[in-house]
Write a protein that binds this ligand. Structure first.
Ligand SMILES: [Ca+2]
Length: 439
């Protein structure tokens, strides 16, 4: 229904969209509004609740979608921000020419105002007459520039009051939205999304410049680098639990929408047995052992590692291992045993007798040379049913010993005595086969 006959058909909805929203703008959408023949729109106002933005507003654009009316100059639109600032977006504009399903973007940076007749486009607010809607719309005077919102806090309820100021002719709005840009930080994404302490994480977002702090699950990162206003690299701190990442700048604190998952550090609580030879299978009990990539005995990688459960794994004492701390390395870190594992080293002792001397060597079966070199050897003769030491020596760098005093006829043997080294390694006692000296 039109009060004035106009030949033109409804304006074409031209998608001009020349002014893209600034980088980092966040869009919030509101629902449809019915515009009656005369009076307040329904709802009055239409509301958009904005939350979780940081910092202060630096730009707001408003989009009116699906605007239709048979006499658009009847329409008044007032936007009210959460702190009470107002902008008369469009009142008394468009004359009597039908507008059908137009998209009107209000941006203070647009070059022009809403034209008559109305076509889709991006425009500055165009209040050609006063907004004189009643409560609950606030009383005037009203702002005419969207810059009035700059510097305000964006979070809260934004209200759009629409009403029809003249009889006859009605219309509708399909929906509306706010594109809000702030100077506050925001986190868009981060990678990787899981990791252990020490993992470097790339955080991508906006307004990250000047960051003074980064945290993972509430634990402050001690190392982070602001690469650019849109990127920070940060290292997951020790002890961090799974949880959101935050970035704090002088303009606020951004919180990631999803948690960073930390890989928990492993622990070792017990070794069973706590001592043994090379080749012994040891059961290691602890926590967070899943995914163990290496088990070491005093720095020597174990063989036969098998993870039975998150709290238990087995490993075999490797050749070359000495006494010392057992470590388990998982993606979450490296755990050390609370007490050392003791390695006992089996030995072989050879003996040959000349007319005057007993000679031979000590060999560590597992190759652990500290149990063959510089170790004590006693040479003994069998006397009246027991072994009596006739001489002793310390082996040389090749494990060899040499003892005199074997001229007396009888049975002899050489004994490498049990020794516990300062490292905790145990060199097992071993006697050679006996040999006979005959005169
Ligand atoms: Ca009307």
């Amino acid at each position: 229904m039109r009060r004035i006959l106009v030949a033109a058909a409804g304006a074409l909805a031209l998608a001009l969209g020349a002014l893209a929203a600034p980088a980092g703008a966040v869009v919030f959408s509101g629902g449809p509004i019915t515009i009656p023949v005369q009076g307040n729109g329904n709802p009055y106002p239409s509301q958009i609740v904005v939350g979780n933005l940081t910092g202060a507003v630096t730009n707001v654009t408003v989009t009116i979608n699906g605007f239709s009316h048979t006499f658009p100059s009847d329409v008044r639109m007032l936007l009210v921000g959460p702190s009470g600032q107002t902008v008369n977006l469009m009142s008394g504009v468009g004359g009597g020419t039908d507008v059908t399903n137009a998209t009107l973007v209000f941006s203070q940076a647009a070059p022009g105002t809403v034209p008559t007749p109305i076509v889709s486009g991006t425009y500055r607010p165009t209040p050609t007459i006063a907004f004189n809607g009643g409560p609950p719309a606030p009383a005037g005077p009203y702002g005419a520039s969207l810059a009035i919102f700059n510097g305000t806090i964006p979070n809260g309820t934004w209200r759009l009051f629409v009403f029809d100021g003249a009889n006859l002719d009605s219309g509708s709005i399909a929906g509306w939205s706010l594109d809000i840009t702030t100077n506050g930080p925001a986190i868009g994404s981060f990678a990787p999304t899981t990791g252990a302490a020490g993992t470097q994480v790339v955080i991508t977002g906006t307004n990250l410049a000047g960051a003074t702090g980064v945290s993972f699950g509430g634990t402050a990162a001690t190392q982070f680098t602001v690469v650019s206003p849109t990127q920070i690299t940060a290292t997951v701190p020790p002890g961090a639990q799974s949880g959101p990442i935050t970035v704090t700048t002088p303009n606020g604190t951004a919180t990631s929408g999803t948690p960073f998952q930390t890989t928990p550090a492993p622990t070792i609580t017990a070794l069973s047995p706590a001592s043994g030879r090379v080749g012994t299978q040891v059961t290691i009990t602890g926590t967070n052992l899943t995914g163990a990539t290496q088990v070491s005995f005093n720095g020597i990688p174990a063989t036969g590692v098998a993870v039975a459960s998150p709290t238990q794994l087995t490993a075999t004492v490797p050749t070359g291992a000495g006494a010392g701390t057992v470590t388990v390395t998982t993606p979450g870190g490296t755990a050390s045993s609370p007490s050392p594992f003791t390695v006992s080293h089996s030995r072989r002792v050879s003996l040959s007798l000349s007319r005057t001397r007993a000679r031979g060597s000590v060999t560590a079966v597992d190759g652990f040379t500290k149990c063959s070199q510089q170790v004590a050897v006693r040479v003994q003769r069998r006397v009246s049913g027991s072994w009596r030491t006739v001489g002793s020596d310390i082996t040389d760098g090749n494990g060899r010993y040499s003892v005199g005093n074997v001229r007396t006829a009888g049975r002899y043997r050489a004994v490498a005595v049990r020794q516990t080294l300062s490292s905790g390694d145990v060199c097992s006692r071993k006697a050679s086969a006996s040999a006979r000296q005959s005169r």
